[in-house]
Design a protein around this ligand. Structure first.
Ligand code: NAP
Length: 235
């Protein structure tokens, strides 16, 4: 086993939609609603197949997410498999300055874990603590690998889907924690260097490229849904 996997972490996949010019959003970080109903349906299938859904504060607030699983058939299938009806919801933030009125805190059909640091202001802690398991790391930033290992150990999360955004996906790639990517390419272009890509706004290169192999693809409603699996190269 590779040393980096010595701490057991969940298998992590990501589910994103991108434009034909590789953007996940506009420069104003407007909500990602540029794909078809088929893509939305795929999002729910992928949610249902995972033990937890993970998103960054930016995405949760920009997209007013509840991170729930609304499809009754998928909820019932999970219960038939001995699982909770909906996956665990996990939100991450270093600073912890959440909008406490966010939908994520009023949705009650599945448990919520908030991963943050002791930088979170006390008034935010007081407001959100009744609605979630609040886990604050004594560090300036959330130690991602440790946090994922904790999810596996304490919440039995073996498979997790990251639904964004770019900053979080980049952090997962930096730590080499990304095992799969589900990517829907939509027939639209946004343009602009200020619009984020899969790994956020342009920044420094990853220390090493992360290679994937294309495991599957499907075309529907003018979009191409790709499924990539991480290909680790030893030596
Ligand atoms: N097309 C798509 O499939 C798709 C998917 C998701 C999102 N989006 C779009 O992307 C935009 C949001 O992008 P974004 O880059 O701002 O999203 P993001 O990664 O969700 O949000 C960034 C914030 O999340 C927190 N965060 C991210 N990574 C973290 C880490 N490793 N540890 C601790 N906290 C972390 C930080 O919060 P603090 O600042 O509080 O520390 C950070 O400022 C929105 O427009 C959204 O619609 C598109």
């Amino acid at each position: 086993m590779r040393a980096s996997r010595a701490i057991r972490v969940p298998r992590v996949c990501a589910h994103f939609a991108i434009t034909a010019d590789g953007k996940i959003s506009t420069k104003n970080l407007t909500p990602s609603r540029f794909t078809s109903p088929s893509d939305k349906s795929r999002l729910h299938l992928i949610r249902a197949a995972n033990d937890a859904i993970l998103a960054g504060r930016g995405t949760v607030e920009a997209d007013t997410m509840s991170m729930g699983l609304s499809r009754l058939d998928l909820r019932e299938e999970r219960v038939r498999q001995g699982l909770p009806p909906e996956p665990l919801r996990v939100v991450i933030s270093n600073e912890g300055c959440f909008q406490t009125s966010s939908k994520i805190f009023s949705y009650t059909s599945s448990p919520l874990v908030v991963l943050s640091t002791i930088r979170m202001p006390q008034d935010v802690r007081d407001a959100i603590a009744p609605h979630c398991d609040l886990i604050l790391f004594d560090a300036p930033t959330v130690p991602l690998r440790k946090a994922l290992a904790m999810l596996r150990r304490d919440y039995a999360v073996k498979r997790l889907v990251c639904e964004g955004g770019g900053q979080l996906l980049r952090a997962l790639a930096v730590e080499d924690l990304l095992d799969e990517i589900h990517l829907t390419i939509a027939p639209v272009i946004f343009g602009g260097s200020a619009a984020p890509s899969l790994t956020g706004l342009p920044g420094v290169l990853l220390r090493e490229p992360r290679f994937f192999r294309l495991a599957n693809f499907a075309v529907s409603e003018g979009e191409c849904a790709l499924h990539y699996i991480r290909q680790r190269r030893e030596g």
